[in-house]
Design a protein around this ligand. Structure first.
Ligand SMILES: Cc1cc2nc3c(=O)[nH]c(=O)nc-3n(C[C@H](O)[C@H](O)[C@H](O)COP(=O)(O)OP(=O)(O)OC[C@H]3O[C@@H](n4cnc5c(N)ncnc54)[C@H](O)[C@@H]3O)c2cc1C
Length: 470
């Protein structure tokens, strides 16, 4: 990644920024996008990043002609923020590709084997009843529950409930365990008994309010799908962060350092980076909530306490690359999810050659293993060989692959996935109110209003627009 990287000067108490400058803490996509949207309004900014690279969780490894994702591999097409931004940056929209729709199916592990998700599932809701009733994934009582669910009456909930409770109100434990939980694990790495229905599944809550039955709702609201559900960039997601950074230079200066504290000052905010303090009129905090909490301790204890209570889950991604000739699995889909009752340590696997065929060089097969939550936390301090052997064992058990890999990449992402637990929306509202009481402060990132990349961009744009208002 091309960087404009400047050593941080020890700057004591003096004002180091022009009054129009904005300090941005964190150089992940939220921080980079904040700088970009500010630059579009002619406002310069300084980004402070503690790692020796920009992009945060977004990282693509280019190895032996393959583009291998360390973090996100795509984004939801239905949320327009990435597409809109790609259209603004010259050349970027030409790099957007869809996942391979010819083979968009995923498998679920049941009794140690791979069973295809029935077609027409909208999350855990069967829009195609015939396919759901014919599927070996569900037993007879689950299928009867599908039939009965169509008669449920509209209801309005007054309190937030867990996803587990919400799903059980419509279906049964098998749907929760075999479909809802594994799908959410891939995104949140969390526990359906703790995650909030209102924050994570707002669309389904709205369906329940209007229709009662989720099955009737998804059937009525089903839109003719055009194009891919998931989009990405030809050479990987890092294309996006690289392009945002390039488009923002030279308006954004990047400083290598760790922000550790901030406090009010008559001129704005004093911020400590490494061992020096600088003063800025405006600060955008684009950090995971626990880091934001620590930094704000001197400025607002209540805000710190709210931020510190957003729990996080961890992830490990391992891309294992084999010689094509050594694999005889058909890989006829995007990969598989391992429901909790079937899980040893691997939670999911992406068959990259099928999902994004152009990313893998000829002659190779690349499989990406995903370990999350407590399983990831348990392995986080283990050596690469230990983690790799866990993944290989699972590939052997679930796909019959026991070939020796040619090479692999491995990334540990401790405390990287915010958990929108029951009550999250109320906490987010309290955080918004507390932040609004501090002029010249904005919080962006995936801890608040959506865990995916489009929501990070949406929040960054709003923050960049609102923070410069008088
Ligand atoms: C394994 C995995 C897979 C994912 N897959 C998808 C996907 O397919 N699609 C999707 O839309 N989303 C996905 N996500 C979520 C997505 O990656 C995030 O929402 C997004 O990248 C968050 O960006 P961010 O800039 O808010 O945070 P981050 O990327 O975490 O950036 C924060 C930055 O702040 C820096 N920092 C932290 N503390 C300090 C400090 N004190 N001082 C200075 N710098 C600091 C960090 O080094 C980091 O660079 C995935 C997440 C993970 C973990």
């Amino acid at each position: 990644m091309r960087r404009h990287w400047h050593a941080l000067e020890p700057h004591g108490d003096r004002v180091v920024a022009d009054v129009t400058d904005v300090l941005i803490l964190g150089g992940g996509i939220s921080g980079l996008a904040s700088a970009y949207f500010l630059s579009r309004r002619g406002i310069a900014s300084t980004i402070v990043e503690k790692q020796p690279r920009l992009g945060g969780l977004i990282r693509t490894d280019a190895v032996q002609g393959c583009a291998l994702e360390a973090g996100p591999d795509s984004y939801i097409a239905a949320k327009p923020a990435v597409t809109e931004l790609a259209e603004q940056i010259p050349g970027l929209s030409e790099e957007v590709i869809g996942a391979n729709e010819d083979n968009r199916r995923i498998f679920l592990v049941k009794n140690g084997g791979l069973v295809p998700m029935p077609k027409g599932m909208a999350m855990m809701v069967p829009a195609d009843m015939r396919a759901a009733l014919a599927s070996p994934l569900f037993g007879a009582s689950t299928k009867q529950r599908f039939l009965r669910e169509r008669h449920q009456k509209a209801r309005e909930r007054t309190t937030d409930v867990s996803i587990a409770e919400f799903v059980r109100d419509h279906f049964d434990d098998a749907v929760l365990d075999m479909v809802a939980e594994p799908l959410l694990t891939g995104v949140y790495g969390g526990d359906a008994r703790n995650l909030s229905a209102a924050s994570v599944l707002p669309r389904f809550l709205e369906y329940e309010r209007r229709y009662g039955s989720l099955i009737r709702a998804v059937r009525s609201e089903r839109k003719q799908q055009t194009g891919s559900l998931f989009l990405s960039f030809r050479h990987g997601m890092q294309t996006l962060t690289d392009a945002i950074h390039r488009a923002t230079s030279p308006a954004a200066t990047v400083v290598s350092g760790e922000a550790t504290a901030m406090e009010h000052d008559s001129r704005g905010w004093r911020v400590r980076v490494n061992n020096g303090w600088g003063t800025y009129r405006r600060v955008i905090i684009a950090l995971p909530a626990p880091s934001a909490a620590r930094i704000l301790e001197r400025a607002d204890v209540e805000l710190t306490s709210e931020l510190a209570q957003i729990p996080y889950s961890s992830a490990i991604t391992v891309v294992v690359v084999y010689r094509k000739a050594s694999i005889d699995h058909p890989l006829d889909g995007f990969g598989f999810l391992v429901p909790r009752p079937e899980r040893r340590q691997l939670a999911a696997c992406t068959w990259i050659n099928t999902k994004f065929p152009n990313r893998i060089a000829a002659g190779y097969i690349a499989l990406r293993g995903f370990i999350v939550g407590q399983d990831a936390e348990g392995l986080m301090l283990g050596g690469d060989e230990q983690i790799l052997s866990v993944v290989k064992r699972e590939f052997a058990r679930l796909m019959g692959i026991d070939a020796e890999p040619t090479f692999h990449t491995l990334h540990r992402w401790p405390a990287s996935m915010p958990q929108y637990v029951v009550g999250h929306n109320a906490r987010r509202n309290r955080i918004q109110k507390l932040v609004a009481a501090h002029p010249g402060l904005a919080l962006v990132g995936n801890a608040y209003e959506g865990v995916g990349i489009p929501d990070c961009l949406r929040l960054a744009r709003i923050a960049a627009e609102s923070i410069v208002l008088p």
